[in-house]
Design a protein around this ligand. Structure first.
Ligand code: NAP
Length: 547
């Protein structure tokens, strides 16, 4: 390992800065990585494409954006003072509050000085002779680092619609994941929203309040549960803060990174009345959580008949809220519940009762073109002033594929992953020594409270680097057999659930041509953490450590 001081090398005549670690991305993952590695005495450079820090919470500034994990659980746990001093204001914090929080963390731990904004990493190429990563940015900078840490986010490569003409539209275009910095006024305008996933469900009710006319283009109806957001109960905040260590431990050992009472019965083992009483309690409880409906019974995610009981309960609620029966029917999902990302919404279904809102079913009449003045479907031409693309992301691998990552022998990561990502623990890849992917494909990541998974990965990587240093090890590299076995396991555990049965970004089916595999590990964050800890305890079993 290099020393912690920065030096200059000049193998090619051009000066290349040498540091210990490059971190790509300054969201929650990248900033915590910087803090941890700095604590080990490493020299670290973080590159961030945005004008500001915050990652997801920097880019997703659309009206209504908020996290759907409770604020008290969706924050860093690494510093007891930080978790005590920050006061959350809402059950589910909105984007501006999350951005304030992350900026507070950056200032508190003096992180900004090692973050270079407005800089996109374009390539990371492994130099075998030097055992270092050569990182290139779009600012023409080249830096050499012992470690390359990809904290590029799971949902950070926006996806547009696959129809021609997007650039020809003469009105204003927005993607929810790349929203402008300043407030956007929709009053008096004819607005289209394409997409009814988490982002669309959040933005639609707010745009409907001001737009003259809002047309929602829905391809697949989603199950939307009431967010039940409210000002945080001060007593709840005090209580959690008074026992944060115990709360954090329980979250880390849970399935989804949010501790819940363990279900003991299947949905079909109880009477219909009992089942519906449970679903109604979750639906009406202002303190329920996204996972409440998923984890109430043992078999919701594994048995189609059990799943259908929850699905039907939600369909019935939609029919109660939406006054036009034809619109209600379109909004009622027909597929499995919860295995395509379930969504929390505020007044979502009621929005379709407004006279200025129209729902267009693009599964029956697909979009064919974006025109100068609006959108075309197979049946109709629409004129708009604004189009909002709430069309999601090339999830899990999109942001990694966007960087030209080349390992041993110049092999490209995107080619290695042509049939789907192959990783060891979602953290490391054979042929790419000292490259770590924070919440990478094959880890629980998006199937968990992201903050729990981010901290677990960053802590694990920092411990690994510290161990390497103490043992005089230069490189750590996943073994091909270990990553094959892990990737097989990720798929096998996925196949024990209903997830692969449904089209969703969890299996890559939202991006044409993307391999259909399970992109995240559904084995649970608790079990996954144990596995990672065991690997470390067994002298990094499955990795090759070289001096
Ligand atoms: P998404 O869940 O992938 O939804 C994209 C939507 O766009 C879907 O309704 C999709 O229809 C539609 N769509 C895509 N291409 C289309 C096309 N060519 N024609 C018509 N419709 C098209 O994306 P997202 O809403 O941005 O959410 C992504 C993930 O980000 C979420 O699942 C969640 O994990 C995270 N997120 C979380 C929050 C939160 O915490 N509250 C908020 C926003 C996002 P199909 O379903 O038919 O593909």
């Amino acid at each position: 390992m290099t020393t912690t001081s920065e030096r200059s090398a000049s193998s090619t005549g051009q000066k290349t800065r040498e540091i210990d670690a490059v971190v790509v991305g300054a969201g929650f993952a990248g900033l915590y990585t910087l803090h941890k590695l700095r604590g080990l005495g490493l020299s670290v450079q973080v590159y961030e494409a945005g004008d500001g820090i915050g990652g997801t919470w920097y880019w997703n500034r659309y009206p209504g954006a908020r996290v759907d994990v409770k604020s008290m659980y969706y924050n860093y746990s690494f510093d007891p003072e930080l978790e005590q001093e920050w006061e959350w204001t809402e059950k589910l914090p909105p984007q501006p509050e999350l951005l304030r929080y992350i900026n507070h963390v950056a200032d508190r731990f003096d992180l900004r000085k090692d973050v270079q904004l407005r800089t996109r990493v374009t390539a990371a190429v492994y130099d075998e002779s030097a055992a270092r990563w050569r990182i290139t940015t779009d600012q023409g900078e080249v830096v050499s680092a012992r470690f390359a840490i990809m904290a590029t986010g799971c949902l950070s490569a926006p996806k547009m619609v696959e129809v021609p003409g997007i650039e020809t539209f003469r009105g204003r275009s927005f993607h929810t994941g790349n929203w402008p910095d300043q407030e956007v006024d929709f009053s008096g305008r004819r607005v289209a929203v394409i997409g009814t996933g988490s982002s669309g469900v959040q933005v639609i009710p707010l745009v409907a309040e001001t737009a003259e006319k809002l047309t929602v283009f829905q391809r697949t109806a989603n199950y939307v549960l009431p967010a039940g957001n409210h000002a945080i109960d001060p007593e709840f905040q005090r209580d959690i803060k008074s026992r944060y260590r115990e709360v954090r431990k329980a979250n880390r050992e849970s399935s989804f990174g949010i501790a819940r009472p363990e279900a003991t019965t299947g949905a079909l083992e109880v009477s219909e009345d009992e089942r519906n009483a449970f679903y109604r309690a979750v639906w009406e409880d202002k303190d329920s959580e996204l996972v409440s409906m998923l984890t109430g019974y043992t078999d919701t995610l594994t048995d189609e008949a059990a799943n259908e009981t929850a699905a039907q309960f939600i369909r019935d609620r939609i029919a109660e809220i939406v006054t036009d029966p034809a619109v209600a029917e379109l909004l009622q999902p027909s597929g499995l519940f919860g295995v395509k990302r379930p969504v929390l919404g505020t007044d979502y279904y009621a929005t379709f009762n407004r006279p200025n809102v129209r729902l267009v079913d693009v599964s029956a009449t697909p979009l064919t073109e974006v025109t100068e003045s609006g959108l075309e479907t197979t049946q109709e031409s629409f004129e708009f002033d604004d189009i909002i693309y709430a069309t999601g992301y090339d999830a899990m691998t999109g942001a990694l594929d966007a960087v030209d990552i080349r390992g041993r022998g110049g092999a490209a990561l995107r080619e290695k992953w042509a049939d789907g990502p192959v990783t060891y623990l979602g953290l490391a890849v054979a042929g790419f020594p000292n490259l770590f992917t924070i919440t990478g494909p094959g880890s629980p990541a998006v199937l968990s409270n992201m903050l729990v998974s981010i901290e677990q990965h960053v802590d694990w990587v920092a411990d690994a680097i510290d161990t390497m240093r103490s043992k005089g090890v230069t490189t750590m590299e996943a073994r091909a057999d270990a990553e094959q076995e892990w990737t097989r396991h990720v798929g096998e555990v996925g196949d024990m659930t209903l997830y692969p049965k449904v089209d969703s970004w969890y299996v890559g089916s939202n991006v044409p041509g993307k391999p259909r595999v399970m992109y995240a590990y559904i084995g649970g964050v608790g079990a996954y953490r144990e596995k990672c800890d065991q690997v470390a305890a067994d002298d990094y079993d499955g990795f090759t450590l070289a001096r």
